[in-house]
Design a protein around this ligand. Structure first.
Ligand SMILES: NC(=O)c1ccc[n+]([C@@H]2O[C@H](COP(=O)([O-])OP(=O)(O)OC[C@H]3O[C@@H](n4cnc5c(N)ncnc54)[C@H](O)[C@@H]3O)[C@@H](O)[C@H]2O)c1
Length: 284
């Protein structure tokens, strides 16, 4: 039932899109990357080449394999260049209006049998699909950051997704070397729906139990078998990203645990964003 994917389009080559494009070219799939400017596209290609060179240095791949992979990525600013794609994966800014606008344009440009996937974390795939007149070909493919390293991709069935589009996305996730899981389109899907309120609870416990971040992390690692403590994890994800995702889930579900704890909002407002800003719960 799954269709073979020979050419993929990736729209938005930021943190996630560049990682997804890297996975595609490493899997031997011709990939068209679309950015708003060729300069941004070029930067993404440089990042991909950099990561692949590190793999060469570690002896994981040969130089020819790296060069062939980079050669499979073509860059464009013109959506019309996605006309030949079997699958397009969208990874642009996390706002409904630009995503809906993009999907309406993709529908005009792409072949009628092309599958259109969104990498949204917190928006409704069904609402994005509703911007098209062919919502049956729209699904979610929710990769985790960093996409080349994290083994999971959630394959999300929107209200009107066809079995064929859904299974094509699942099979493509496997082709990329991932371990996909299937789920329906609900706020936060599976992992974020569980993890976001859990991390928020952990941060609230910091104040309630007057435990230090170090001891909380140690407690969850030694007592609950977590590979990483909650404060380390929020620092890694980015405190701004976590607050944004919490806000989005709270808006949809209205459960108090989903709302970002005031301590995290204050840290976000002060620019303490975790690893990426050099300071969060820890200093880097
Ligand atoms: N960062 C994460 O941890 C993570 C994890 C899973 C999913 N996501 C989702 O992936 C998507 C992208 O996130 P990101 O972190 O890579 O963002 P990012 O800001 O790093 O990249 C977004 C890219 O899209 C381009 N872009 C922005 N607006 C656009 C528009 N209107 N039209 C076309 N291109 C546009 C930008 O030039 C930028 O390169 C979001 O939907 C986000 O929720 C992010």
């Amino acid at each position: 039932m799954a269709r073979e994917i020979r050419t993929v389009g990736v729209v938005g080559l930021g943190a996630m899109g560049a990682g997804i494009a890297q996975l595609c070219v490493e899997a031997g799939v011709d990939t068209v990357g679309r950015e708003v400017s060729l300069e941004l596209g070029g930067r993404a290609r440089d990042r991909i080449a950099h990561f692949l060179t590190r793999k060469v240095e570690k002896g994981l791949i040969g130089e020819e394999a790296r060069d062939a992979a980079v050669g499979r990525l073509s860059l464009t600013t013109d959506l019309a260049d996605l006309a030949g794609c079997d699958l397009v994966i969208e990874a642009i800014v996390e706002d409904l209006a630009p995503k809906q606008e993009l999907f309406a344009s993709l529908e005009r440009v792409c072949r009628p049998d092309a599958v259109l996937a969104t990498n949204t974390s917190a928006l409704s795939v069904t609402e994005i699909a509703a911007a098209t007149s062919t919502p049956e070909r729209v699904v979610g493919m929710h990769f985790f950051n960093p996409a080349p390293l994290m083994p999971l991709v959630e394959i999300i069935r929107a209200e009107l997704s066809s079995d064929e589009a859904f299974e094509t996305a699942y099979a493509f996730g496997e082709k990329l070397g991932k371990q996909p899981i299937r789920c329906h389109d609900t706020p936060g899907f599976v992992v974020n729906r569980v993890l976001i309120p859990l991390l928020n609870d952990c941060i609230r416990v910091l104040d309630e139990a007057r435990v230090t971040a170090e001891d909380l992390d140690s407690g969850m690692k030694r007592g609950a078998g977590w590979p990483m403590g909650p404060c380390e994890l929020v620092d890694l994800v980015g405190i701004d990203v976590h607050v944004h995702a919490s806000d989005a889930l709270y808006e949809k579900l209205r459960e108090p645990r989903m709302a970002p704890p005031p301590r995290l909002v204050a840290m976000r407002n002060a620019g303490l964003l975790g690893r990426k800003s050099g300071r969060g719960f820890y200093t880097y």
